[in-house]
Design a binder for this molecule. Structure first.
Ligand SMILES: [Zn+2]
Length: 566
């Protein structure tokens, strides 16, 4: 006979954060809505699309939430014995207010995929709502609840376990009763399975709309520059400039903070230009020592200097006919700036150690994250070169100015890194998304990309990326989110709540001494027997706590098996 473990671990996952208008179950956003409003939705659906379609939708809705709770069971009780881990589902179903679940018999072997389970349901919200709208029924109506049981158990067992109501409170019984076993073991499984499949018209519509989406995205892919996505006004503005520039051979100067993706913009210009079939060559002016940069840019003739044992072309020659991307141009030494200016003006270069000019046809895209006009004023950058390059400036916005683009960028990055690391990850949790949207992004797109890659690697196979995977030290944004304590009451320090607490204490009939005893014991337990910690928790000194413990004759060893020296 299955017995439920304490559910405090589950209650602690529920946080009320009214300040920012959200309720959380671990990392999933939840809703506290009126059972009556869901009841009216059900009634309206029954009247408009009919019973079969309504049943299907409620079944699938329950199925989806059961699957999510199974993910929770893995996470919270994965390390515990299989019965306690499985109990997460029935216990969550009760905490979420769906129904009271009383186990009758459960036999399972996850390894072998065996499952037989029977439960009694009391107080089903669904039976109640259905009877209220339509009167007593011939057939069971707890569709959403049965969907939940099937979804939860199937995800838990890793195979389809179908739960059926063998009797229902809506049919004038005192309670509902459900039985679950692998779908193949039900003779009439086929008939039931239909309710787990998407509605035919709805699915056709979804199918069509996903086809449209696919066509649209393949169109967009032609238009999409590299893997750049964004619909925010700031991004669209920069993007339009890129498209215009690509049509011509104008020299482009990209500026923006570090990590905004300047090289991507440069590649995008190249790929959309008439030079797309020719080479795209990039050089980072800050990454090379000063005495090597000219050799890199312009090439070397054999014997030009010690060590130049053979001739080799520079980046300019390699980029001939195509595009040369000069990243971090502000770091180019002054001497090299003069040579670069000449190359740009004359359209020809000379290799080091060679005075034969070579014609080159190169489109220049330069990028900088330093303020070039400032650098000109300070004498670190040649004014004439600056004017030569600053023909067509494009300012790339930082990520914090285009937060609206973050969700679509994440979706794309998750897809990309899943393919790269051969993982199956279903995106990020609601809570993680909230944290990502609130982050300041000093490192811009590059930072986001690194974070998502780490998240994909850390997330469990088939799971979502959680806050902890992205921000190991994340503190929820609300100052004092309210949780649910062991009695099921909201934790809150408000006066009203204090009143409610006092009411409960008075009603409990406990003496003050017993109360004190209980509180001290709980504090010691929570601190695993560490008296200094318990004293801090209680807002008293360690000697004060010792004194009280002695007075109350508490044996601290009783408190959760932790030993404490008094
Ligand atoms: Zn029922």
């Amino acid at each position: 006979m299955m017995k439920y473990p304490e559910d405090l671990d589950l209650r602690r996952l529920i946080r009320f954060s009214a300040e920012d208008g959200s309720i959380w179950l671990s990392e999933s956003r939840m809703l506290l809505l009126h059972a009556a409003s869901l009841g009216s939705l059900r009634e309206e659906m029954m009247n408009s699309v009919g019973q079969a379609a309504t049943r299907r939708m409620f079944t699938r809705m329950g199925f989806a939430s059961g699957m999510r709770d199974a993910e929770l069971a893995r996470k919270i009780r994965g390390g515990q014995n299989v019965e306690d881990a499985f109990a997460t589902g029935p216990q969550m179903h009760m905490l979420e207010g769906g129904v009271q679940v009383v186990p009758v018999s459960v036999e399972m072997d996850v390894g072998k995929g065996e499952f037989q389970g029977e439960f009694i349901w009391r107080n089903s919200w669904e039976a109640e709502a259905h009877v209220k709208a339509f009167g007593p029924q011939h057939d069971p109506v707890c569709w959403c609840l049965s969907g939940y049981a099937s979804g939860y158990t199937s995800a838990f067992m890793g195979r389809f376990i179908l739960f059926k109501e063998t009797r229902c409170a809506a049919c004038s019984h005192d309670e509902c009763r459900i039985v679950g076993k692998p779908a193949e073991e039900w003779p009439d499984a086929e008939e039931y399975m239909a309710y787990f499949e998407p509605e035919s018209i709805v699915s056709q519509m979804l199918e069509l709309s996903s086809q449209v989406e696919a066509l649209r995205s393949s169109l967009a892919k032609c238009r999409r520059l590299e893997d750049m996505v964004g619909e925010s006004p700031a991004f669209r503005r920069a993007f339009r400039l890129v498209e215009k520039a690509a049509e011509t051979s104008v020299t482009v100067l990209l500026s923006g903070e570090t990590g905004v993706g300047k090289e991507r913009f440069a590649r995008a210009i190249h790929q959309r230009s008439k030079r797309a079939d020719q080479p795209f060559v990039a050089i980072n002016c800050a990454a090379l020592p000063h005495d090597l940069i000219e050799a890199e840019l312009f090439g070397v003739e054999k014997g030009a200097f010690t060590g130049a044992t053979s001739s080799r072309p520079g980046k300019f020659e390699r980029a001939d006919g195509g595009t040369l991307f000069l990243d971090e141009l502000g770091e180019l030494p002054l001497a090299s700036q003069a040579k670069l200016l000449r190359a740009l003006q004359e359209g020809e270069i000379e290799r080091l150690g060679d005075d034969r000019p070579r014609k080159i046809d190169v489109r220049i895209v330069a990028a900088t994250n330093v303020d070039l006009p400032e650098a000109v004023k300070a004498g670190r950058f040649r004014a004439d070169l600056y004017y030569r390059l600053n023909v067509y400036p494009i300012l790339i916005p930082p990520l914090r100015e285009r937060r609206g683009d973050i969700p679509s960028m994440i979706a794309m990055m998750v897809e990309k890194f899943c393919a790269l690391h051969q993982k199956r990850v279903s995106g990020v949790t609601d809570r993680a998304m909230q944290a990502l949207l609130a982050h300041a992004w000093p490192g811009n797109v590059r930072e986001l990309e690194n974070m998502i890659e780490r998240g994909v690697i850390l997330a469990g196979q088939g799971d979502s990326i959680e806050c902890d995977d992205l921000f190991p030290n994340f503190v929820p944004p609300a100052d004092s989110p309210v949780g649910i304590d062991s009695t099921g009451a909201l934790e809150d320090s408000d006066r009203e709540q204090e009143g409610a607490l006092c009411d409960r204490i008075l009603a409990s009939g406990l003496s003050l001494e017993q109360m004190e005893n209980m509180v001290l014991r709980e504090a010691v337990t929570r601190c695993k027997g560490n008296l200094s910690g318990a004293a801090r928790l209680l807002g008293m000194t360690r000697p004060q706590l010792s004194y009280r413990l002695k007075r109350c004759l508490i044996e601290p060893c009783d408190a959760g098996g932790h030993h404490a020296q008094v």
